[in-house]
Design a protein around this ligand. Structure first.
Ligand SMILES: Cc1cc2nc3c(=O)[nH]c(=O)nc-3n(C[C@H](O)[C@H](O)[C@H](O)COP(=O)(O)O)c2cc1C
Length: 232
């Protein structure tokens, strides 16, 4: 158990650029997909498909797609940012503001203020990725009597975590890229039928250089545990 918990704690978002010349070994990719295969899903509906993208031309085309950021994202994101490590430690949730482009750190940021450099910096990680896994949600494989297919959506989280832990256990970096889920361009590029939805995408690989450690915080167990009765 200690080993398992250690792996869970070690798993992290590796947002650094990956070495495009160092592909994820086919046997490691096979293990990551095997981990997805054995994910628990509600009613064992296995409500997902995975598009493996490793063709540099396709990766390049995806990276070059316009990925519009919504004002809502920027506003809500800003509310969750901490601007110092001390603040993050105290809040125990959210992310350090330095992981976002400088202009986003202003509360009154307007999207048209995003500079060409910042746009280029946001695209860079994807451009350098040798492998992208696009996990697709199939709403027709729906768990019975689940309102809004809530259980099906939870199941996709199990797929994500299984793959992430498998990748981490083999030393493969992984970064979730939610922005590829919105808009229809990625679906179109990959020939994903309209009836399916991109649940999440993750890029995998090995960082060009060892990424600096970054502060990761969590609430204490006591903060989210309610014994016998929920307390507000
Ligand atoms: C459903 C989901 C969506 C996420 N989307 C993104 C994303 O678009 N970009 C990103 O950099 N990280 C994304 N993350 C990673 C989280 O920000 C990250 O897991 C969290 O900050 C904790 O950090 P850690 O993964 O290093 O433990 C996502 C994670 C989950 C579970």
């Amino acid at each position: 158990m200690t080993e398992m918990l250690e792996l869970m704690k070690r798993r992290r978002s590796l947002r650094a650029p990956y070495d495009p010349g160092r592909p994820v070994e086919p046997e490691k990719l096979a293990q990551i997909l095997e981990a997805a295969r054995w994910s628990p899903t509600a009613h064992n509906m296995q409500n997902f498909e995975i598009v493996v993208v490793d063709d540099p031309a396709v990766l390049d085309a995806i990276a070059r797609l316009e990925r519009p950021v919504s004002e809502t994202f920027v506003r809500e994101n800003h509310a969750q940012l901490s601007f110092s490590e001390e603040e993050l430690v105290q809040r125990k949730t959210g992310i350090l503001g330095t992981t976002f482009p400088p202009s986003w750190r202003k509360p009154d940021f307007k999207l048209d203020e995003l500079s060409a450099d910042e746009i280029a910096a946001m695209r860079r990680p994807l451009l350098s990725s040798p492998l992208l896994l696009v996990v697709v949600y199939d709403p027709s494989r729906r768990a019975p009597a689940s309102e809004g297919d809530f259980l099906g959506i939870v199941s996709l989280g199990c797929v994500m975590e299984n793959m992430w832990l498998a990748a981490e256990s083999m030393g493969v970096g992984l970064h979730i890229v939610s922005s590829l889920s919105s808009g229809g361009e990625v679906k179109e590029l990959l020939g994903i039928p309209a009836r399916l939805t991109i649940a999440f995408s993750c890029r995998l690989g090995y960082p060009v250089s060892a990424p600096p450690p970054y502060l990761r915080v969590r609430r204490e167990v006591a903060d989210f545990t309610h014994r016998n009765k929920y307390r507000d």
